[in-house]
Write a protein that binds this ligand. Sequence first.
Ligand SMILES: Nc1nc2c(ncn2[C@@H]2O[C@H](COP(=O)(O)OP(=O)(O)O)[C@@H](O)[C@H]2O)c(=O)[nH]1
Ligand SMILES: [Mg+2]
Length: 353
Amino acid sequence: MSQENKGEQSQRKDQSQQKPRRRYYSRNRYYNKRRSSNRPDQQKVSFKKTSVVVPLLNEEESLSPLHIEIKKAFTKLTCDYEIIFVDDGSTDKSLDTIKRLAKENNKIRFISFKKNYGKSAALQLGFKSAKGDAIITMDADLQDDPAEIPNLLAKLDEGWDLVSGWKKTRHDPFIKKHTSKLFNYVTRVFSGIKIHDFNCGLKAYRGEIVKRINVYGELHRYVPVLANWEGFSVTEIPVKHHARRYGKTKFGISRFFKGFVDLMTVVFTTRYVKRPMHLFGLIGTFSFAFGILVNLYLSYEWFMGVPLKNRPLLFLGILLIIVGVQFFAVGLLGELIAHNFQDDNEYNVKERN
Ligand SMILES: Nc1nc2c(ncn2[C@@H]2O[C@H](COP(=O)(O)OP(=O)(O)O)[C@@H](O)[C@H]2O)c(=O)[nH]1
Ligand SMILES: [Mg+2]
């Protein structure tokens, strides 16, 4: 070795000895290997990457603490993660805060809408751009606790397709707690899914679910119903819930009425969209038959000499017949449309070779 080379080498050695301890370690292959393998205090999950989708509207104060909590939750897990903030046309400094956080942490991605499209639209876009094989959704207002993420993923790992949070002890105003109970009861009855809390923001999904379902309008309340209808298994675990720390709720009492109409949409689109005649035809037939019975009875009485001019029942009979025919016609039109819109993608195939 030439004198020059030797000099260079010893200089490099000197340099490396002067370097701070941490930098020296991060170059050490052994250390790096240990860092990438599981630490004993970490919970092992079978997912490679988890996408945390956070829809938000005007939550500037909550975002920083939320980010810290999410980061902390993932130090306890073996999987990689990304956070997707979906800012839905916030008018406060939420977007600036997200951009600042994204500079600090390259695992943060964000989508910002030009105007407010609603929570469902935000979730839908977040879902479609998520890269993880597990997806977590959570509210941005710190009411959902990121410390529950490991528990949700553990439950998902048991083989479930969707794990919904259940705010067993809620920290919400009285009215909301009770309207929500009624909402959950009605949804349980109509959907047949036995979970307590359909509208909990904190949920975990297998990646393939969120690519399959379409959340639009205000259907975010019914994601478990939509998923279940596609054949995915749904369960729940109790999760911690906190009172709102900053800002105020974005949904007023109108949520209750909208929610009910949406339930009808969900029931119709999941159960009857492929066979509208089973709903409209059935109602139409009942109405028509009942109307005919009423009018037969009136005809009999007329034969027996009772005049028809003072019989309000006649109007009911005629109405039932007309409404029955209309329901039947709507059912037929529906069948025609369903027939012309056959789409193979609507069948959720489990396996094929
Ligand atoms: N993307 C989006 N998120 C929303 C909208 N409204 C509310 N959110 C978010 O949804 C979450 C729950 O909203 P919140 O007002 O706390 O509802 P509550 O907890 O049911 O009273 C929060 O993270 C909100 O920022 C909206 O219109 N668009
Ligand atoms: Mg909230």
